[in-house]
Design a protein around this ligand. Structure first.
Ligand code: IMP
Length: 405
């Protein structure tokens, strides 16, 4: 079944992020030749186990542990260099040198320290009208600079240090004037120079790199954030600042939509959200708290407790429609094991589906699932109109059902 995904496949979040895209990407990475991240920045977070030790990575894609796979950081990304250098260092300490495999787009934008400050300032100024609850990683301000056409790009690191300094000061000047913040070039500039030293040779034209591989090598696109956080199609203004759908990812990588061979939509068996914004199926009180504890629903990037709710099939249908999912990956089915019944919002009203109250943890064969759990999966399949190809039954890499459809 994994072979039938073809040569250009994308993994896309269908809810508000944190669906567990990392695990399916990691599993699929083995079968693909090139791993590409398209957009977003250190607002994303996925847990990676390096030599048994837990690390949260924000910029390198989940498949980076596969030792010989080239990694693309695409043009739509916003890159906080100290975070990237830290991730590289963590891997290096574990004996994995990721640098020679990196292909970083010269058009990706640089998140500077002052962008994080601006994130705080804007959030505070906005708070009268209700804050967004951003991750404070400087994402919005960096994309705003990009749209203003005053941003610093990875390709700028190829300039000599004097020129980088001039360029930085020119751009920082805008920020100081617009947001009334201070900029500390004694911290910022050494960070830029360190990154230049390590990464200059890895900054390249990733569009042409990917086009040379198209159709010949298998490319896996790892989407970041998720459909309902999309700047155009999400629950604006409670969204992130980039395109998070599959077309957003193709745009960010410079790949033509006609080359896409499959698109896997990832959805939790229930739903979570971090930050502010509408959430129709949110569960308040004890039942929501219990679900949060069972699912370990705390943000990987910020540690914030995630808001928990039931599956919203209406939203899932919407996500399927705009992304054209060919398969779904339903994650964390086991978290619902204890529920006596499971409410699902079908776009019109709430339907109560019977729970199975039996462990599904670690199941790898669909037919081993309790009948009611199979009914739940098949309900999602029928309502969304998308075949469920993968079902997560626990946090471990091997705890996944891969169906043959
Ligand atoms: P920003 O991307 O930091 O500007 O945050 C905007 C909104 O998107 C906030 O509600 C964040 O909590 C949410 N968000 C951004 N990235 C992620 C993610 O990777 N997972 C879940 N929520 C995210």
């Amino acid at each position: 079944m994994i072979n039938s995904l073809g040569t250009l496949s994308a993994v896309i979040g269908s809810q508000w992020g944190d669906e567990g895209k990392g695990k399916i990407t990691d599993i699929l990475s083995e079968h693909f030749d090139i791993l590409a991240r398209a957009s977003g920045g250190a607002n994303a977070g996925h847990t990676i186990f390096v030599n048994g030790e837990k690390h949260v990575f924000h910029l390198l894609p989940s498949g980076c542990l596969h030792p010989d796979k080239p990694i693309v950081l695409g043009s739509g990304m916003v890159i906080h260099l100290p975070t990237l250098l830290d991730e590289i260092k963590t891997l290096r300490e574990a004996g994995i040198d990721v640098v020679p495999r990196l292909h970083i787009s010269e058009a990706a934008h640089v998140v500077l320290e002052y962008h994080k400050k601006i994130d705080g300032v804007v959030e505070e100024r906005r708070s009268g009208a209700g804050g967004i609850g951003t991750t404070m990683r400087g994402i919005g301000p960096t994309y705003a600079d990009k749209a203003h056409r005053i941003g610093m790009r990875m390709g700028d690191l190829k300039k000599d240090e004097g020129e980088i300094k001039k360029y930085f000061e020119h751009h920082a000047n805008f920020a100081v004037k617009m947001y009334d913040i201070s900029v500390n070039s004694e911290i910022e500039l050494p960070q830029l120079f360190d990154a230049k030293k390590l990464l200059e040779k890895r900054i390249t034209n990733t569009v042409s790199y990917l086009h040379k591989a198209l159709g010949k090598k298998r490319i896996l696109i790892e989407g970041a954030q998720a459909t309902l956080l999309d700047i155009d199609h999400g629950t604006y203004p409670h969204v992130t600042s980039s395109g998070t759908t599959v077309t957003g990812a193709l745009q960010a990588l410079g790949l033509p939509p006609k080359e896409l061979t499959s698109c896997i939509g990832v959805a939790k068996a229930y739903c979570t959200r971090v930050g502010a914004g509408p959430f129709l199926t949110e569960i308040s009180g004890k039942r929501g708290d219990e679900l949060r504890e069972r699912g370990g629903e705390y943000g990987a990037t910020t540690g914030r407790p995630r808001r928990c709710g039931w599956l919203d099939i209406g939203e899932l249908k919407f996500a399927s429609r705009i992304n054209g999912f060919t398969h779904l990956n339903i994650t964390k089915l086991d978290v619902l094991d204890a529920e006596p019944s499971i409410p699902v919002y079908n776009g019109n009203d709430v339907t109560e589906l019977p729970g199975w109250q039996e462990s599904t943890v670690g199941k790898t064969d669909y037919l081993q699932l309790p009948e009611k759990a199979q009914e739940y999966v098949e309900y999602i399949e029928k309502e969304s109109g998308v075949p469920v190809g993968f079902i997560g039954t626990g946090p471990g890499r091997e705890e996944m059902i891969v169906r043959s459809n």
